[in-house]
Design a protein. Structure first.
Length: 404
């Protein structure tokens, strides 16, 4: 493994923040004031745009199987930066929905899809570590982004930031993409440039493995019984509980200042989770460790439900940090292990709509439960049951499914 290609992955992950929820939400006040819309209206338009972008990625994601990495990365980066600049000119609802659609599709969608697919293809023996290290770019942006944007908004108009930041992103990354994406002898996977030979460097002396197409994956029970839940559960649990975190804090009797201070633990253990799961994948394989990445979701809910304020709340954020850091590397590596890398782009593109639907469903479902007065026990109990059940099912399915 080498740092040049990892820097490419980290840079792509970092600048994907232009289309990430945490970044866009920092400007929600200015956008709502400009368009005279409510919180609910903005949330509805955001959900529509996000869902549309996720569905578009099912087809757009195939480009990772047909275009060389250097060209695709340049196209996606350029499209994201142009989308951000266009977003600075939002003055109507249709421009808002269109702008959000483009930002989500090229930012959260394609920027992430491009570098995770490339990492999964280029590396075999260190695949887990490569993806997890690249993911640190997004963790870094989540750590410094909110504070930086708040400070910049005190000095500049929000439209100016949406013009200046994408220009900075393009100038910092575009000139170096050719150098950063060049293949080296240390990359033991085939990558798109080596797929014509049908084998990776490690596979040239062994029997070629089966390379699945999307239509075949959709007929595979493993996809429906295991892989789809590994993508859905973290999105469902994390998004739903953090969306209703004010309710959780009030139900536990925790001051909001103390609750938000615990996000330091969340960030630290997200990094620990990302790096540690990469090591475990490379040592034991993604097939053997994937199901266990759902365990921190259950442990977080248990800690908050049965722990005291002094112990339960910190443990909740520790386990939630692990739950956030582990799935990204695991799901990409597992997909490559189970289905091969030849058509990895079109296969991985199926998982984003699953995650998006789960993240859209959970805040609504948990909100109904809160409104119905079911309480903290029911809310956390549902999430424990969902996460633990999916973990057991995935363990059984992946254990008995033999590599093809």
């Amino acid at each position: 493994m080498e740092w040049r290609f990892l820097i490419f992955g980290m840079a792509m992950a970092f600048w994907s923040s232009l289309g990430q929820t945490f970044f866009i939400s920092l400007f929600s006040g200015q956008i709502r004031q400009t368009l005279n819309i409510s919180h609910g209206d903005f949330g509805t338009y955001y959900a529509i745009a996000t869902t549309a972008s996720a569905l578009s990625l099912i087809w757009l994601g195939k480009l990772a199987d047909t275009m060389r990495l250097e060209k695709l990365a340049m196209v996606v980066l350029g499209s994201l930066c142009c989308s951000a600049i266009l977003f600075s000119q939002v003055s109507s609802l249709w421009m808002l929905v269109g702008g959000l659609y483009l930002l989500r599709m090229f930012g959260q969608g394609m920027m992430t899809h491009v570098y995770t697919t490339a990492m999964a293809r280029r590396y075999v023996s260190t695949r887990g570590r490569a993806i997890s290290i690249a993911q640190l770019g997004q963790t870094l942006s989540e750590s410094i982004g909110p504070v930086s944007i708040v400070a910049l908004l005190a000095l500049f108009d929000w439209r100016s930031l949406w013009i200046g930041l994408p220009i900075i992103a393009f100038c910092m990354l575009a000139p170096f993409i050719h150098h950063l994406t060049q293949r080296t002898r240390l990359q033991d996977g085939e990558g798109l440039d080596g797929l014509s030979s049908g084998q990776s460097l490690l596979e040239k002396t062994s029997t070629p493995r089966r390379q699945w197409r999307r239509s075949e994956v959709l007929r595979d029970p493993v996809f429906w019984l295991a892989l789809i839940w590994l993508a859905a559960v973290p999105s469902f649990v994390l998004t739903g509980l953090l969306f209703h975190q004010i309710y959780l804090a009030e139900a536990k009797g925790v001051a909001l200042s103390k609750w938000t201070a615990s996000y330091v633990l969340y960030a630290i253990f997200a990094v620990i989770g990302s790096l540690s799961i990469g090591q475990l994948i490379d040592r034991f394989s993604a097939r053997r460790v994937a199901a266990h990445t759902l365990l921190p979701n259950s442990l977080a809910c248990f800690a908050l439900l049965f722990g005291s304020v002094e112990i339960g709340v910190p443990l909740f954020f520790i386990f939630f940090g692990l739950a956030n850091g582990m799935p990204h590397a695991t799901n990409a590596a597992l997909t490559a292990e189970v289905y091969g890398t030849r058509y990895l782009g079109e296969i991985k593109a199926m998982f984003l709509p699953v995650a998006v639907f789960a993240s859209a469903l959970s805040p609504m479902l948990m909100g109904w439960m809160i409104d119905a007065g079911l309480g903290l026990n029911a809310l956390l109990g549902m999430n424990v049951g969902f996460a633990f059940g999916a973990q057991i099912l995935a363990m059984l399915v992946l254990h008995y499914r033999k590599p093809l």
